[in-house]
Design a protein around this ligand. Structure first.
Ligand code: AHR
Length: 515
């Protein structure tokens, strides 16, 4: 039975721009993201350009990836960039303790990463080492990459094959420094941050954008201390907040409706998390000079796929994960005045990947398709809207969550229980050419929704649509069936002037283009 819903979009009222960097990515030296993922080496039979897989580059170009974060994650605070320059055969082999103490031959270093970004057509976002690194080391990395004149560092870059300096605007000073990045208390890190960033210079017209390390999850005290002690020294502050599977199943593909509800409910709760973070930031920075850089988000299912090393964090991505992505984007858009960047974890073969590889085969996950459907919102004007819809709940998941899920405690403690989630979540924007794009998600896995949509202040001539849905909650693409789930044309709507009646199936994401 289809639920009735109402959506009013104010096409004449947009003010904020949705930063394209919200559609950013993250590639860490973890599991098979870089090695046996992006990087196959020049001698590989897999088609590559200077060691980087061509099919991955092509897929990333298609979704117009704006920015790529590297080399970590936790790996960033054990990475010494000088290990990854010069002739590959001379580079030291280190142990990647984040990836189960796996040997790391440093074949994918600064030059390879920058080549990757240039091939994809995206900007780099470098995360520096604070936990086990030095001020001098990070300062020299900036100089090595961005100084156009002659100095020992810039000349070393030339010797290693790159004459012109690179443009590298985004730099983070450490990663999760309250945990894997050095187990620091917030006051200590705040002063360390101030010290490190002092020696990170803007050279040759390359103006640096400096990002301080924020809290892990809901540690709001960390955010408060950083804003108190270091607001004037940063352009952005990093937030990390994953959504985890329910207690019942940690599997990315074998789950029931209670797990579906549980994870989507967690995704909706990101709004409370962002709202609280913004409140804290507003106290110290009412003019919004410091941006949120949400540089790790995604659905993390701790049960890795069978036969896989648990450190590899290799999971599948189903229709449920696509829903998670759409819910996140809809929330990020609403906070466009504070959120400058977001980076899904991670691009290839790790956590909520958009791409999975197996030898020469590559598949695009449902999450990839959400990025594709939503790319039209990059740099578009956010349009405010009102949604009136019913709610969706699942009793079994609630009982479990209220009782003993320690993962959910911080949410319940900070925000109280959330028993029901809205059936619909949506977003809309107007692009530079005047086209309006609307995305609507029906999270109910059992019932369709009839959405009565009114677009105020627009003159609409044509409407076209795309839908992402599947027969089952856990439908996903495999190496044998790579297109089980992909966007299809959608025309289940009627239009009368500026009014649309949209008939959405259960568990679906619909994207409409209006001009
Ligand atoms: O994305 C995987 C890991 O999750 C990152 O290395 C770390 O920053 C976070 O805890």
């Amino acid at each position: 039975q289809a639920a009735e819903a109402r959506l009013i979009i104010h096409a004449d009222r947009g003010e904020q721009t949705i930063s394209r960097y919200i559609y950013g990515h993250f590639a860490e030296h973890l599991g098979r993201c870089i090695y046996d993922g992006i990087w196959v080496g020049e001698d590989s039979p897999i088609p590559n350009t200077r060691g980087i897989r061509n099919d991955i580059v092509e897929a990333l170009r298609q979704i117009e990836v704006p920015v790529m974060r590297w080399p970590g994650g936790c790996f960033a605070d054990e990475y010494h960039w000088m290990d990854g320059i010069g002739p590959r055969e001379d580079r030291p082999v280190i142990l990647n303790t984040q990836s189960g103490k796996r040997p790391e031959n440093n074949h994918f270093g600064t030059h390879e990463f920058m080549d990757f970004c240039e091939q994809v057509g995206c900007e780099p976002y470098i995360c520096g080492n604070v936990g086990s690194g030095t001020v001098e080391e990070l300062s020299k990395w900036v100089e090595y990459m961005t100084f156009g004149g002659s100095s020992t560092m810039a000349d070393l870059r030339r010797k290693n094959g790159r004459d012109k300096p690179w443009k590298v605007k985004y730099w983070a000073v450490g990663n999760e420094n309250e945990g894997c990045g050095g187990s620091m208390p917030p006051e200590y890190y705040a002063y360390l941050y101030r010290r490190f960033q002092t020696y990170m210079n803007s050279y040759s017209g390359n103006e640096l954008y400096k990002v301080a390390c924020g809290p892990i999850g809901t540690d709001f005290n960390w955010l408060d201390v950083l804003m108190d002690k270091a607001t004037g020294y940063m352009n952005g502050i990093a937030l990390h907040n994953y959504v985890w599977s329910g207690e019942r199943s940690q599997s990315s593909i074998n789950f029931g409706e209670d797990d579906w509800f549980f994870l989507l409910r967690r995704s909706f709760r990101q709004e409370e998390f962002i709202k609280r973070s913004v409140e804290i930031m507003d106290e110290y920075d009412p003019d919004k000079n410091v941006a949120i850089i949400f540089d790790e988000w995604g659905a993390w299912h701790e049960e890795v796929m069978p036969g896989v090393n648990p450190f590899d964090c290799y999971q599948q991505s189903t229709l449920r994960d696509a829903m998670v992505a759409a819910i996140h984007f809809n929330i990020f858009h609403r906070y466009a005045d504070r959120i400058h960047m977001a980076n899904i974890a991670q691009t290839v073969n790790v956590i909520q990947s958009i791409i999975l590889t197996k030898s020469e085969k590559m598949i695009l996950t449902p999450t990839y398709h959400v990025f594709d459907m939503y790319k039209v919102h990059q740099d578009a004007t956010y349009l405010p809207m009102q949604i009136e819809c019913g709610t969706y709940s699942h009793e079994a998941a609630l009982t479990k969550e209220m009782s003993d899920d320690s993962r959910d405690r911080p949410y319940v403690d900070h925000f109280g229980p959330l028993n029901k989630i809205p059936v619909l979540t949506a977003t809309a924007s107007r692009d530079a050419s005047g086209k309006i794009h609307i995305a609507i998600t029906n999270v109910d896995p059992n019932n369709g929704a009839t959405v009565n949509c009114e677009i105020q202040g627009a003159d609409i001539k044509n409407v076209s649509g795309t839908i992402l849905t599947a027969p089952e909650m856990n439908t996903h693409n495999t190496f044998d069936k790579p297109h089980a789930l992909k966007p299809e044309a959608f025309d289940a709507f009627d239009r009368e002037g500026e009014k649309l009646v949209i008939r959405m199936p259960s568990k679906s994401i619909v994207a409409l283009e209006l001009d």
